[in-house]
Ligand binder design. Structure first.
Ligand code: GH3
Ligand code: MG
Ligand code: MG
Ligand code: MG
Length: 316
């Protein structure tokens, strides 16, 4: 492929290698009722190291997608028995957005309006069969590059650059959206505000870089303890929040106090040696008429009490 393009520059090769590495982890579903066509597309995709899954009609494509939500690209034929390509992508788009799953439509039908109809119905791109191999590769790679770009932009907008947990923007957007839903469903939510104790002293004694190491390690421990079930975000310098959806304040308190104790008992290993770190937290339970700012304010009052009470405490 490289030689055929006759552009054997270092940058070009590096880009290709990077792509091939990415492709190895990309699952592509090929939906086509023709065995010959499926095998052909599979061979083209495998040249670029993609993981290929096949479906021989729309219905089995749909169930394969439901069982494998990590599939990134669906390449679907138009004419198939049962569920055709259009009906398939309309159903697929009820569950997966264009940013989660890319779709490329294919057809050997001579109807010229097909490509526009495919794209209007939710396909990211369309290819007329038979196609030149090179065009197929270009369209697949462009579609996946666009998907990667959206993912990168989303991460830059919503993740904290230092610790990789959710950032302040994500946290406020999420709860402004979620609080009315929780109210409607009569569900419970407790919100904790956590603040590292005497963090300024870490910076002053060991330097800002060690301060950063502590923040990263603290965020990792928070994630390990909570992020499988709850939302963890960094909303300020050394201030983090955990949204305990589904928990009343007593239950959230128990989890937070366990975290506080584990933190106290396990020193942080940094480049300047091991440091003892403690955390103070305030936690409040959502009452169904308040805003996220009001809830956070009540958690902050708990945090103030924890600091005032000598630190290394959780207060309701
Ligand atoms: P307290 O126990 O009352 O919480 O005291 P503290 O020293 O932890 O709190 P204070 O608010 O006085 O200090 C927080 C410090 O966090 C001040 C600021 O320079 C530092 N900080 C904020 N963001 C960062 C960061 O991204 N990296 C590092 N290394 N330090 C940060
Ligand atoms: Mg067909
Ligand atoms: Mg603080
Ligand atoms: Mg602090």
């Amino acid at each position: 492929y490289v030689f055929k393009e006759n552009r054997f520059s270092y940058e070009y090769t590096a880009k290709l290698v990077k792509r091939l590495c990415r492709n190895q982890s990309v699952k592509v579903l090929v939906a086509d009722d023709s065995l010959v066509s499926r095998k052909f597309i599979r061979s083209l995709l495998e040249q670029h190291l993609f993981q290929v899954i096949e479906a021989d009609d729309g219905i089995s494509a749909l169930s394969t997608l439901n069982d494998n939500p990590d599939i990134k690209l669906l390449i679907t034929d138009y004419n198939m028995p049962g569920l055709d390509g259009f009906e398939l992508i309309i159903k697929v788009r009820e569950r997966f957005s264009r940013e989660e799953l890319a779709i490329i439509g294919l057809s050997s039908d001579s109807d010229e309006s097909l490509s526009a109809r495919f794209i209007k119905n939710g396909a990211n791109d369309f290819l007329q069969k038979p196609f030149v191999h090179e065009e197929f590769h270009c369209r697949v790679l462009n579609t996946l590059d666009a998907l990667d770009m959206v993912t990168r932009l989303w991460e830059q907008a919503n993740l904290d650059y230092l610790t990789n947990v959710f950032n302040r923007r994500y946290f406020f957007n999420l709860y402004e959206e979620k609080l009315p839903v929780i109210t409607q469903k009569q569900g419970s939510l407790s919100l904790a505000l956590l603040d590292i104790d005497f963090f300024k002293k870490v910076n002053d004694t060991y330097g800002h870089d060690v301060g950063d190491e502590v923040l990263i390690e603290f965020a990792n421990r928070l994630q390990q303890s909570f992020s499988a079930h709850f939302t963890v975000a960094r909303i300020g310098g050394e201030e983090f929040v955990v949204g305990f959806k589904g928990l009343n304040v007593e239950k959230a308190y128990v989890l937070l106090d366990r975290f506080r104790m584990q933190l106290e008992l396990t020193p942080f290993e940094t480049s300047k040696g091991s440091l003892n770190i403690s955390v103070s937290s305030g936690v409040a339970e959502f009452t169904h008429s308040e805003t996220i700012d009001e809830l956070l304010n009540r958690a902050d009052q708990g945090l103030y009490e924890a600091k005032d009470g000598g630190r290394n405490l959780v207060c309701i």
